[in-house]
Ligand binder design. Structure first.
Ligand code: COA
Ligand code: AMP
Length: 623
């Protein structure tokens, strides 16, 4: 069926359409109904187990020897392959290890781990027990981990002795110890995977050795759960320092991920699919772990970087070696590769005959990068758009439905099941081609979030400004032919190397410094990372030690949020541009930082502060 036929069928009879998609899975009780309007839940009477569908089902279908998980770690020089039967054994015993600590259906488990196979086993093991995992990205600092521990109150934490960044070992255990010290909630135990490169000291009475406990564990069976029961909580940046715990259900999630593998990515059972992301982000949840495994594909878990581990050819050699059919990464990775290998000679050296398409998401794909990689690969390069809240692509070129036409500057058209609208700030519709608030009409399709953990007020806030619609937080426009163009965020969220961060949260950290009177952090355009944080700080009168304050502010951001939020620059200024009502003109600061033409608003309080800021930015502008 063509995209038009599929979209028409999803729009005409969503109940039948999604029940049909649900039939692609094994349910312990197949749902009679797709969507229940009263509870806004999908497959309300359905019951299934997501791990069974991602793992055991393929073994039962006789695909026990087929490859499920490929681990490639150029950073440690290790690699491994797990068939579906091996994956089933590892996951069932990991589930037994977790259950032995009293974890049951509905209990939360925090996973703070590097990109190792045990992290994937742990996610699936939680799903097997009906427990709710919350994976925390390894690049977050201890206070961020502590916030998540306090919010979701896990019974158990799973971690590892260390992870690796190019040129250095990241000791995870001291970060975990610090987080457990900071958190009010105390989990009953922490199970630590000791990696051979670094052994962590275990705290008597709380910490347990992963290997020893795994060796003694009995395999645990799959526990059926209601379709709407939570599978995981994934925290993402909101507009303040408090992260939002996006809750994902089981039935809707499994249904759409399974459907998307074929319809969006053009992937069949048995193919190899590679999302070069991290399990700490939604892309890792959906397309390293659940999507490919639900479809019965081989998925690649990559512990490395697109460049420097060891070089800019690693992606292409792995595509060649594992006959990858679809590769998914962030535009930043391609920019980094291009910077290291501008002629694409590593691409020329690899045989990429298996590769059918490259998908990009997570941040704006600048046309220059997109055209460069499309030219070098000679394959379709497909930008697509989604968010942690949605869990799967909402705007895309549905390659699996035969779509290949790519319109420059657009992330594609609405994926069947999503109904996009653009409204102005007053809530009125705008004409085709006019930029406004990008909204999605309710009900959201299966897989999209239905709640935020512990936070109904913040959840509702996403639906109040434009009744009947979810506010994506992005500005965009829909052209005459239905292609959607994303213009950027309407709030203070920025995307740094595809990582979603809040400048409001950074301002909270900076404002905590005793010498800081006021501050603003904005997202500056960055050639490599898309955006990077830049701070403007007013210090107390007479504060002479600006170099020290600078170092302390950088250290606080790295120590409180994480190294991924490191600012590109911090400027000390005499005053911040504000409106007469006291609102800081962050857009003006952003334009100054980006060297854009600026227009000074009529409502400004003291225009005299602007010139010195421009001079400073020009003087210190990074080369
Ligand atoms: N654990 C601990 N620290 C981490 C980390 C992790 N999992 N991930 C990143 N960091 C640290 C880095 O070591 C670096 O620290 P430093 O400032 O001390 O050098 C800092 O956080 C910033 O990291 P990163 O944004 O990765 O920048 P980089 O300069 O190290 O690497 C790229 C640049 C382009 C190679 C890298 O950003 C990249 O691979 N980008 C693609 C990202 C991606 O795939 N995102 C997918 C989201 S869908
Ligand atoms: P995350 O929740 O981390 O996936 O971040 C979601 C946000 O990233 C979106 O709201 C967008 O602002 C941005 N984003 C994701 N994909 C794209 C894309 N293809 N083009 C432009 N922005 C994107």
């Amino acid at each position: 069926m063509s995209l038009a036929d599929v979209a028409a069928s999803a729009a005409r009879d969503p109940q039948a359409f999604w029940l049909d998609a649900a039939a692609g899975l094994d349910w312990t009780r197949f749902p009679n109904q797709a969507h229940d309007a009263a509870s806004d839940s999908w497959f309300p009477d359905g019951e299934l187990n997501t791990c069974f569908n991602a793992v055991d089902r393929h073994v039962e279908a006789g695909r026990d020897d087929a490859t499920a998980l490929i681990y490639e770690s150029p950073i440690t020089g290790k690699s491994a392959r797990f068939s579906f039967a091996e994956l089933q054994e590892r996951v069932a015993r990991t589930a037994g290890m977790i259950a032995a600590q009293g974890v049951e259906k509905g209990d939360r488990v925090i996973i703070y781990m590097p990109m190792v196979p045990e992290a994937v086993f742990a996610m699936l093991a939680c799903a097997r027990l009906g427990a709710v995992h919350s994976v925390v990205f390894g690049g977050f600092a201890a206070p961020e981990l502590a916030k998540r521990i306090d919010d979701c109150e896990p019974k158990l934490v799973l971690s590892a002795s260390c992870g690796f960044e190019p040129g250095r070992t990241i000791a995870y255990k001291p970060l975990l110890d610090q987080a457990l010290e900071l958190a009010r909630h105390k989990p009953t135990a922490a199970i630590i995977l000791q990696r051979e490169e670094l052994s962590a000291a275990l705290q008597e009475g709380r910490d347990l050795d992963w290997q020893a406990n795994y060796a003694e564990a009995d395999p645990a069976p799959c526990v059926p759960v209601a379709s709407s029961d939570p599978l995981y909580i994934l925290y993402t940046s909101g507009t303040t320092g408090t992260p939002k715990g996006v809750v994902r259900d089981n039935g809707g999630h499994a249904t759409v991920l399974h459907w998307s593998m074929g319809s969006i990515y053009g992937i069949d059972t048995g193919d190899t699919y590679w999302a070069a992301s991290d399990i700490g982000w939604v892309v890792g949840h959906s397309y390293i772990v659940y999507g490919p495994l639900l479809k019965g594909c081989a998925t690649i878990l990559f512990e490395g970087k697109p460049v420097g581990t060891p070089d800019a050819g690693i992606f292409w050699r792995l595509v060649d070696q594992h006959q990858v059919k679809v590769l998914f990464t962030a535009p930043t990775a391609i920019r980094a590769i291009r910077r290291s290998d501008p002629d694409g000679s590593f691409i020329d050296d690899a045989s990429l005959s298996s590769l059918q398409a490259l998908f990009l998401a997570g941040e704006r794909a600048d046309p220059d990068t997109l055209l460069w990689i499309a030219d070098k690969l000679g394959k379709p390069v497909i930008d697509h758009w989604w968010q942690t809240e949605l869990g799967w692509p909402a705007i895309a070129t549905c390659f699996g439905l035969g779509e290949t036409e790519i319109r420059a500057g657009s992330a594609g058209r609405a994926v069947p099941g999503y109904r996009f609208k653009v409204r102005d700030d007053a809530g009125d519709p705008v004409d085709a081609g006019v930029v406004g608030n990008l909204l999605i009409e309710q009900p959201l399709p299966p897989g999209a979030f239905r709640s935020l953990w512990n936070n109904p007020v913040k959840f509702q806030a996403g639906f109040v400004d434009f009744p009947g619609h979810y506010t994506t937080g992005d500005a965009g426009m829909i052209d005459q032919d239905g292609y959607i163009h994303i213009m950027g965020r309407t709030d203070d969220i920025i995307n740094v190397a595809g990582h979603r961060l809040s400048t409001g949260q950074m301002e909270e950290v900076v404002a905590n410094h005793p010498q800081v009177v006021e501050c603003a952090v904005v997202g500056a355009t960055d050639e490599l990372k898309g955006e990077m944080p830049v701070g403007f700080v007013v210090t107390r009168p007479g504060c002479a030690r600006l170099d020290e304050v600078h170092s302390e502010l950088v250290a606080s951001i790295r120590g409180d949020i994480g190294p991924i939020a490191s600012p590109r620059s911090i400027y000390f200024v005499d005053g911040l541009p504000k409106t007469r009502s006291g609102k800081i003109l962050r857009n003006l600061l952003r334009d100054i930082t980006n060297g854009a033409d600026i227009s000074i608003p009529q409502t400004i309080d003291d225009a005299g502060v602007i010139e010195p800021i421009i001079e400073q930015v020009e003087r210190k502008a990074p080369a």
